[in-house]
Design a protein around this ligand. Structure first.
Ligand code: AMP
Ligand code: MG
Length: 320
């Protein structure tokens, strides 16, 4: 997904690296420069704070400590909140979204470039996953039997929500935020047009397959092109199917979710990617969560849910 804060000089843009990804904040161009940069600074601090709670890679991260300490216990309130939200989405998606896959994610080490693990190590890591090894109560979160948590599939959406709330409550009338491709837009732009959000072409990430038009809300995309390594000509990406222990091979290249709940948009995009076209559409039809989706299949087909069809514009020249 791309976020371009172009719009004929409508925005003042801030860009930085946080939560292991690129963050872009687009604020109204006519805002006082000092106020805008102070607001962007506050967002940067919010991101650092979330990272300190939720990082499973940084040794000082709350989740890292929870996963690796002797006690395997955390009383951190952000971890408790995200665990509760993640558990409800795990149940909702029948385990397609699974925040307990940390043993597999560490084993695959996709961001570190692999290699493909031995089947015996995958089986061992699989045996340490599962929500039955997590106890989350009023006092905190506790892990058992070698379990570990990973909020890589939900944390950036959560961050996009908190930043948006901060900017809105500071009275900033409109804007756009992207936390590693988890996009948020709010407020009416001076030209009265809707926000135009590009969905990347998984086959050519410099281009887009089309655009989603939104007046407010969140868009998150999960794709096999985001983080991966290649071995013997095969691509191994970062989204794991907890039922196999391998990177999901569901027939999808990417799944975009549009929702008014940014945390859910992030988690559901990961879940739909794991589900694949058929299960994702079935999940949509069940109506257990309020969202729309744009899927790109491995064969290039673009599949949309009913509620987004008239808000989607194909990129000229895109094949469909
Ligand atoms: P996203 O890019 O939002 O789809 O998130 C992918 C990240 O979520 C990965 O880098 C992992 O940290 C984590 N993850 C991988 N597989 C899953 C899964 N099936 N459910 C939840 N989180 C996952
Ligand atoms: Mg996600």
């Amino acid at each position: 997904m791309t976020v371009s804060c172009t719009g004929n000089g409508m925005y003042r843009n801030y860009r930085y690296f946080a939560m292991d990804t690129v963050v872009t904040i687009c604020l109204p161009a006519d805002m006082d420069e000092k106020q805008a940069s102070a607001a962007a600074d506050r967002c940067s601090r919010i991101l650092s704070d979330i990272e300190m709670h939720l990082s499973s890679k940084n040794e000082n991260g709350g989740v890292y400590i929870l996963n690796h300490s002797e006690e395997h216990f955390s009383a951190d309130d952000v971890i408790a909140e995200i665990t509760a939200k993640s558990e409800s989405i795990r149940v909702l998606t029948d385990g397609a979204f699974d925040y307990t896959l940390s043993p597999l994610i560490e084993l695959w080490n996709v961001t570190g470039g692999g290699p493909v693990p031995a089947q015996s190590d995958i089986s061992d890591a699989l045996s340490r996953t599962g929500a039955d090894k997590v106890r989350a109560g009023e006092n905190g979160v506790e892990l058992y039997d070698g379990a570990g948590l990973d909020f890589g599939g939900i944390g950036k959406g959560y961050a996009a929500v908190l930043i948006t709330e901060e900017l809105k409550s500071s009275g900033i009338p409109y804007g756009m935020v992207s936390v590693g491709g988890n996009i948020s837009v709010w407020g009416e732009k001076p030209d009265g047009t809707e926000y135009k959000i590009g969905i990347k072409d998984p086959e050519n990430t410099d281009s887009v397959i089309g655009y989603v038009y939104l007046d407010a809300g969140f868009v998150s995309v999960s794709g096999d092109y985001e983080r991966f390594f290649e071995e013997n000509g095969k691509r191994y990406h970062h989204i794991i199917d907890g039922s196999t222990g391998y990177p999901a091979e569901s027939g999808l290249h990417s799944a975009a979710v549009i929702s008014s709940d940014g945390t859910e948009a992030d988690a559901l995009s990961t879940a739909l990617f794991v589900m694949g076209e058929e299960k994702a559409l079935e999940f949509y039809r069940l109506g257990k969560a309020d969202f729309e989706a744009v899927l790109v299949a491995d064969d290039g087909r673009i599949i949309m849910t009913d509620g987004i069809k008239d808000k989607f514009e194909f990129y000229e020249g895109a094949v469909n």
